[in-house]
Design a protein around this ligand. Structure first.
Ligand code: FAD
Length: 316
């Protein structure tokens, strides 16, 4: 079932979460171990992120450089199929532009349709570590809006390969939104204009980047509505976990901590204290969002479901 249908049928705020495919070498059990503790909260869908491979170049004896994959997370598509099969919940694979030609994207979408997966979150993806800025595949898409167009075209039966007759797909397309603006955007207004383009291209709901200040989310929703974005907007919540998050999350995701939270964070002496604060702040944020009747609260587990479980036990 589509994410938008789950939202339409829901009588109250839904619970959902995102998992990361494990690093190569781990088994599917590591995915199940992350999902099992959260099933009691009746998630209607589970997102599975996609990560590009990371490479190093090693010089061989003959002077040539060998490209070696050092970090690979296997099969988002396969993991989604396994989740749907085991838990009978909808899985939402993340599809990114980076590293893919349009043809490879089309093939991935054909696989998804074949497996009965009718949800996708269409994203651009970030630059890889060896690049300063995002560089699209030479036969791929530069922005998420272009990927969204491609999926919408397939939903209309328009494939790249026109030598075979294929059924139209029926994907429900989600897209990313940034309450504190995307870090590359010139300003929030421009970012929102591009967000609206993604909706016009066929995206049917928005999942936001993490934020720690609910007022930023509420303002973002108001600004979206003012410019005619009327699709469901799902807040994304990430519980703080370690002392490194004090600077890492603001730096990496370009988000601010509200004063009340930063004051408490500075009192934390170790990871355990941050973890506890992360749970308390997550409960506080979630209860307020739920009272505001958001359609769903989406948790970033980052391969750690115990904090999300503690929060969900108080909220759902
Ligand atoms: P876009 O919507 O393409 O926007 C990127 C930037 O370009 C923005 O600054 C926007 O304002 C600007 N822009 C958009 N359209 C145009 C245009 N036509 N002309 C000029 N500028 C334009 N990354 C992963 O690699 N894997 C994942 O699984 C993943 N999951 C995510 C899930 C969520 C909910 C979110 C919020 C992010 C996720 N990301 C993931 C990170 C995401 O890929 C990055 O934030 C990326 O930098 C932007 O992706 P986007 O889809 O928002 O891009």
């Amino acid at each position: 079932m589509k994410v938008t249908e789950h939202i339409k049928n829901a009588k109250e705020t839904l619970f959902s979460f995102e998992i990361l495919p494990p690093l190569k070498g781990k088994s599917i059990q590591s995915i199940y171990d992350g999902i099992d503790p959260l099933m009691e909260f009746n998630p209607k869908f589970v997102n599975v992120t996609y990560h590009r491979e990371e490479f190093i170049y090693k010089e061989r004896d003959n002077g040539l450089l060998e490209k070696i994959a050092i970090r690979k997370r296997p099969g988002t598509v396969g993991i989604c199929a396994a989740i749907m099969n085991k838990y009978h919940v909808d899985a939402v694979p993340h599809l990114i532009c980076g590293g893919f030609s349009k043809e490879e994207t089309e093939n991935a979408l054909i696989d998804l349709q074949f497996l009965g997966i009718d949800n996708v979150l269409a994203l651009r993806g970030d630059s890889i570590k060896t690049e300063n800025t995002f560089r699209p595949h030479h036969e791929g898409h530069s922005f998420a809006v272009d990927l969204t167009h491609q999926i919408s075209e397939m939903n209309r039966g328009n494939y790249m390969m026109d030598d075979v007759q294929l059924e139209p797909t029926d994907f429900c397309i989600g897209t990313a939104g940034y309450p504190e603006k995307h870090f590359e955007a010139m300003n929030l207004a421009t970012d929102l204009k591009y967000l609206k383009d993604k909706i016009n291209a066929g995206a049917q709901y928005i999942v936001t980047q993490m934020f720690f200040d609910n007022s930023k989310f509420f303002t973002f929703v108001d600004e979206c509505r003012k410019i005619g974005i009327d699709v469901p907007i799902i807040p994304g919540i990430k519980p703080l976990k370690t002392l490194t998050h004090i600077s890492f999350l603001p730096k990496f995701f370009k988000i601010d901590y509200p004063i009340e939270l930063s004051t408490e964070l500075l009192k934390c002496k170790d990871n355990k204290a941050v973890e506890q604060l992360g749970i308390e702040w997550g409960i506080h944020q979630s209860k307020e969002l739920k009272s505001a009747n958001v359609p769903c609260i989406h948790y970033y587990t980052m391969s750690n479901s115990s904090q999300v479980k503690s929060i969900a036990s108080e909220v759902f």
